[in-house]
Design a protein around this ligand. Structure first.
Ligand code: TNX
Length: 495
């Protein structure tokens, strides 16, 4: 493997247009200045990039907003993007004396800065590394294929602390993932404090798979996650999974149970055995309170209400429940997101269905799509990061896999029979029945997650496994410098 600088075409996800110019390399030095134009909305990205580069290089990199002409300058410029690049698009131009990232909106500026980060040697991720800091010359014009490029983290089966979630956000943002779907409740644990229902966390939050202590987020902690995500241009989509997957709630409140008796807490990994009662009034007071408090903590447009694997909810009850819960979400000014099973029920305008179980018939999904529902594609055999890579993987489940790095990469969202204007994007769920630590999360997500990110961002014309596996291999020094515990799959020619 060459020891030189990252090449412009090495970026993941592959940019829309790349025009390398080998005579135009830029070298970051101790006299480089970081110039910020476009006002307050550009400042967070500038501050973030400056901290990252100062830490890695040890250079001062002073921030400048004036009109001077320093000999070596990195410019972040907001408000001057090409209009047809949308809010997330950007241009990046590297010349011998300057690097210029331009975007029409804060999201695009941040994505452009992440691209610049990838153009620097991976050792920039660890403090005080030695130069030289060469950025490959040329130009990039970039914008995403789909608006929703998600990763889902299951903090219910095993609980993950705020610091872990923030680290995960940083890792996904590196690959321009812009949605973090948080699976906040399941049979094994309830992870978000709801003021009107304090036992949800006091009781329901105190368990997890395998008998560990569990945990939950206070509204203040949850707000920190949401704010950190926003600083990385990531929207948090909170999920309360209903009407199944609710044992933690039922264990917390006897009154939510038909017979008035709370079941014991649950620490196994079965699914489909618990249900809310669709015809008890308290069920909807509960849903109403949870959705109201969650909406108050959610600046984003979506609240996910689950709807999967409701194996112990009678079909008529399921219908009643989903219709009513969907309406409650709309009443609180949000669009409901549901797992695809819930397309069996008429959904409100603006609803999004998440397609996951490829073994389940498509009739209701197709019908919902015709009625206007948008789809996030998360086909389990491609996207489920909790599936083993191969039979020798120590962590993970097998029901939809195993899923190799190549298999996670070799699929096209356009090939699922959903009209393109109804495909909102893609998502990679990480269910945590077998994952207890940040190292476990990283081991399963990397290197498959960047492949899902590329499928969601890059034009299909750029899709190429043989180029991709080389670009993936080139990420290794960066991941090592970040201390990221990736799986050294034999499919990838690691350096
Ligand atoms: C299916 S994905 C589930 C989850 C499990 C997952 C494990 C989905 C909507 N339901 O309850 O955790 O499989 O891969």
């Amino acid at each position: 493997m060459r020891a030189g600088p990252a090449r412009m075409p090495d970026v993941i996800p592959a940019p829309m247009v790349v025009r390398p110019d080998p005579d135009a390399d830029f070298t970051l030095t101790e006299s480089t200045v970081l110039s910020v134009r476009g006002g307050a909305a550009a400042a967070p990205t500038a501050t973030w990039l400056a901290e990252l580069l100062r830490n890695g290089t040890g250079f001062a990199l002073p921030l400048a907003s004036g009109d001077g002409h320093p000999a070596s300058v990195i410019t972040l410029e907001l408000g001057t993007g090409e209009p047809d690049l949308g809010d997330e698009g950007y241009t990046l131009a590297v010349h011998p004396g300057s690097v210029v990232v331009r975007a029409g909106a804060a999201a695009g500026l941040f994505h452009g800065a992440e691209t610049l980060r990838q153009l620097l040697p991976g050792r920039v991720e660890s403090a005080g590394s030695p130069g030289p800091w060469v950025v490959a010359g040329g130009e990039i014009v970039d914008r995403p294929r789909y608006p929703w490029r998600g990763a889902m983290l299951d903090v219910a089966r095993h609980f993950f602390r705020v610091a872990d979630v923030e680290r995960f956000i940083d890792e996904i943002a590196l690959y321009k993932i812009n949605v973090l779907h948080l699976h906040l409740s399941d049979d094994q644990g309830w992870r978000i404090a709801i003021g009107r229902w304090p036992r949800l966390t006091a009781v329901g939050g105190s368990s997890e798979v395998g008998g560990g202590p569990g945990g939950h987020y206070t509204p203040e902690e949850y707000g920190r996650i949401v704010a950190h995500a926003a600083s990385r241009q990531v929207t948090v989509v909170p999920e309360i999974d209903m009407p199944g997957h609710v044992n933690a709630a039922l264990a917390s409140y006897p009154a939510l149970n038909r017979d008035g008796t709370a079941p014991p807490r649950y620490t196994g990994i079965d699914v489909g055995f618990s249900s809310l009662c669709a015809n008890m009034p308290i069920t909807y007071r509960f849903v109403e309170d949870v959705v109201r408090e969650l909406a108050a903590m959610t600046p984003g447009p979506y609240i996910h209400i689950g709807g999967d694997e409701a194996g112990s909810t009678p079909p008529a009850d399921y219908r009643t429940f989903i219709e009513r819960a969907g309406r409650i979400v709309v009443e609180h000014g949000r669009f409901p997101v549901v797992w695809a099973e819930a397309t069996a029920v008429p959904l409100p305008p603006g609803a999004v269905a998440e397609y996951w179980d490829t073994a389940v018939g498509r009739d209701s999904l197709d019908q919902a799509v015709r009625a206007g529902v948008r789809v996030v594609l998360a086909p389990a055999n491609r996207c489920y990061l909790d599936q083993k890579y191969d039979s020798g993987t120590p962590l993970g489940l097998t029901w939809a896999g195993p899923t190799s790095v190549e298999s996670a990469y070799e699929w096209d969202p356009a090939g699922y029979g959903v009209p393109d204007d109804r495909v909102e994007g893609v998502e990679a769920p990480l269910f945590s029945e077998t994952l207890a630590t940040m190292g476990d999360i990283e081991q399963m997500a990397f290197p498959r997650l960047p492949g899902i990110a590329e499928i969601g961002w890059s034009p299909w014309a750029a899709h190429d496994w043989s180029s991709y596996r080389r670009r993936l291999a080139a990420q290794a020094p960066r991941w090592e410098a970040m201390g990221l515990n990736f799986h050294r799959s034999p499919e990838v020619p690691w350096p």
